[in-house]
Every structure is written in C-alpha cells, then in structure tokens.
Design a protein around this ligand. Structure first.
Ligand code: ZN
Length: 298
C-alpha cells in the first residue's frame, strides 16, 4: 500500500503533497514486465496521476494522463480515481537505452519530447474536461508542471522519482507536488524557492527513510506548515465482466456477428491489469441480439 500525505502553509497559500508509491510502481513492473527505463517513465506518470486524482472533489471523478512523445515506448497512460488509486498502461513495455548524460535512466529518450501530454478529467458532467500541452522534455515531472502553469494557471512544482534495482524490481518510487495559490506573497514564494534549492532528489529522500509526512513538511519549511490529510493509495484496476460486455456491445452487431461466426471462445484481456474475460460463441450471440434490440429501440 502506498501512502499519500498533504500539508498546508499556515496562511493556506501553498499546499504540498507527497506520496510514497513504491508498491504501485512495483506492481506496474510486475504486471507490464517493463524494462527499467519504462518502469521509470510509466511509474513517474502514475505517481503524478495519483496525486492529481487525489485532488479531485467528486467520489466518482477520474483523471487520465496520456503522454505521446514519439519515442520508442509509444503512448503511456495512467488513470487515477479521487482516492489516489491508479492503473497504467504502456504501448511498448520493453525499451533498452543507454543511461543519459547524468548517468540516469533516459526517460525523456524513451518517451520522446515531440508530442503532447493530455489530461482528461471525468467529473461526471456531460463532457469531460480536456487539457493538452506540448511536452517540454518527456521527463514527465516538467511536463506536469507545464500543464498546471498553462492549462490551470496554477504555478506548480513537481518532483517524481523511481529507483530501479539491477534485478529490475523497484527499490523506491514517489513524488511531490507544490501548488501555489494566487494570493501567496512574494516572501512565501521565495521561501519555497529556497527550500527547493537544498532539496535532495525524491528517491534520495526516500532511500534515507524520509516519510511522506516529513517530505511534505520539508517542502513547506519556514511557512509554519500543518499536515492536512492522508490517504492509502494502491494500484487498482476497476475492470469487470460487465464493463467488458459493455465494451463488446459498443463494437456493434456487425462486428459481434463476425466474432460469433468464428465459433471460438473470445478472450478479452484488460490492458491495465492483464485479467482475462472469456466469451463463448453463445454468449457473443446473446450480446449481439441485445445489441440489435438496442439499435431497433433507438
Ligand atoms: Zn483490469
């Protein structure tokens, strides 16, 4: 189970969120069998999604982050609910690249920087909210900060880190977001900037044993911060047989008929968790009949 914690400055002008998402990213590696650099890329995106999802107000609200940068990993997707639970998927889970100039996993190289980050918030309204920004570097954290600055007009600092062991399992993974509200004073912004100058990288703080509470408070050092709230967050897929049936129905009667004519059991595999749902030709047939009935009634 991961742990997410938020803290707020005494004058309520800055909120900081920190999350230990080691378990979440470990599951991403297990499910998707990602190479190290893709574990880091998809892990970073999922950590950001968890923190952004947790900020949503409605119980059934969800947020989907999609990064398409033209790199060898292809498109990356992370979906989070308003409790900060997340699921993720990547087009090409195995990409091997040499370390970058800083000796780090080359996330920007795997993702590519020629493309966009799209943010879709489903808030239960007729139309979802969609924000699309060009990628800055494909390193994810900077791209997330850019999204907040341009699409939400909220100055945001984002730090994301995934440390992968030589055996490809995840040692630590986590991140933080600092959001500055419009009424924050210049002095307050200076304090944050100074805090960041001496802030160790996220994975270093975590390997040294700092908890999300301590990290959230450290980010707001000098602003008399208080802890606000906390949540347990996990890798969670909400797929079900019923949802899979709805997806099959959406293919339409014609497509279902041709599946039925193959006379074989159809296996539908969930992209996010790998769970398989099987449908016999008879089951496909009954779906087709209800699809046809729906069309007639429409
Ligand atoms: Zn699933």
């Amino acid at each position: 189970m991961g742990r997410l914690k938020r803290a707020i400055a005494k004058d309520a002008s800055v909120v900081a969120c920190a999350v230990d998402a080691t378990d979440i990213v470990a599951q991403i590696e297990q499910i998707h069998q990602t190479s190290a650099v893709v574990t880091a890329a998809l892990g970073r995106l999922s950590i950001a999604a968890s923190m952004m999802g947790y900020g949503l107000k409605g119980q059934n609200d969800t947020i989907t982050l999609r990064v398409s940068g033209g790199g060898p990993s292809g498109m990356l997707t992370a979906v989070a609910d308003s409790r900060g639970n997340v699921k993720a998927d990547v087009e090409h889970p195995i990409v091997e690249l040499p370390l970058n100039a800083q000796g780090k996993l080359d996330v920007g190289g795997a993702v590519g920087a020629d493309g966009t980050l799209s943010v879709v918030k489903d808030l239960g309204l007729k139309e979802p909210y969609v924000g699309v920004v060009p990628l800055v570097s494909g390193e994810i954290a900077e791209d997330i900060a850019q999204y907040f600055a341009t699409s939400e007009q909220t100055p945001t600092v984002c730090g994301l880190g995934v440390l992968v062991k030589p055996d490809l399992t995840v040692q630590v993974a986590g991140g933080y977001l600092i959001q500055v509200l419009p009424f924050a004073s210049d002095a307050c912004i200076d304090t944050i900037e100074n805090n960041l100058k001496t802030l160790p990288p996220m994975t270093k703080m975590m390997t040294e044993g700092m908890t999300p509470d301590q990290i959230a408070l450290r980010l707001l050092d000098g602003l008399e911060p208080n802890l606000l709230d906390e949540a347990e967050v996990a890798y969670h897929c909400d797929c079900s047989r019923e949802r899979t049936e709805r997806m099959l129905l959406s293919l339409g009667a014609k497509e279902l008929q041709s599946m039925e004519e193959e006379q074989e059991t159809i296996e539908v595999c969930c992209h996010f968790c790998g769970k398989k749902y099987c449908f016999t030709p008879e089951e496909i047939r009954s779906l087709r009949l209800s699809s046809e009935a729906e069309t007639r009634n429409a």
